[in-house]
Design a protein around this ligand. Structure first.
Ligand SMILES: [Zn+2]
Length: 128
């Protein structure tokens, strides 16, 4: 089942938020690494996207959600950019290995997934 325009738009919006969220995390990390004073106000602000990303990472026991969530931060940033490119090119939501549509459930859990669950699982198996 292909995503409709509105669904792609929603996912695109989420991806763009994830990019800016990642940038923010990265700059906070940079500040901490350079031993600058960390603004204590950030402890009190609850970022809904932050909890969403934590949700994505914390879903244990749901293979369809967790399989792609094991990447490291930099990879994630690159994957998100690549997903945004695919939206521009109209190839978003199509598995790059088997060319079948990636399930909506998987894309909702992992908006930057580039492979369907089947191919992702096969690749993880080969690597392990
Ligand atoms: Zn596939």
């Amino acid at each position: 089942m292909r995503l409709n325009t509105q669904e792609v738009k929603n996912l695109q919006l989420r991806l763009q938020k994830m990019v800016s969220h990642n940038r923010q995390l990265q700059s906070e990390l940079d500040r901490e690494l350079t031993h600058e004073t960390v603004d204590s106000s950030r402890e009190t602000t609850v970022d809904p996207l932050s909890s969403e990303i934590n949700d994505l990472r914390g879903h244990q026991g749901d293979d369809e959600v967790t399989l792609g969530s094991l990447r490291i931060e930099q990879d994630m940033d690159r994957e998100i950019q690549s997903a945004l490119d695919r939206i521009e090119q109209g190839t978003y939501g199509i598995c790059e290995h088997c060319s079948k549509p990636i399930s909506k459930r998987r894309l909702n859990a992992l908006p930057y997934a580039r492979r369907c669950l089947h191919c992702e699982a096969a690749e993880n198996f080969v690597r392990a």
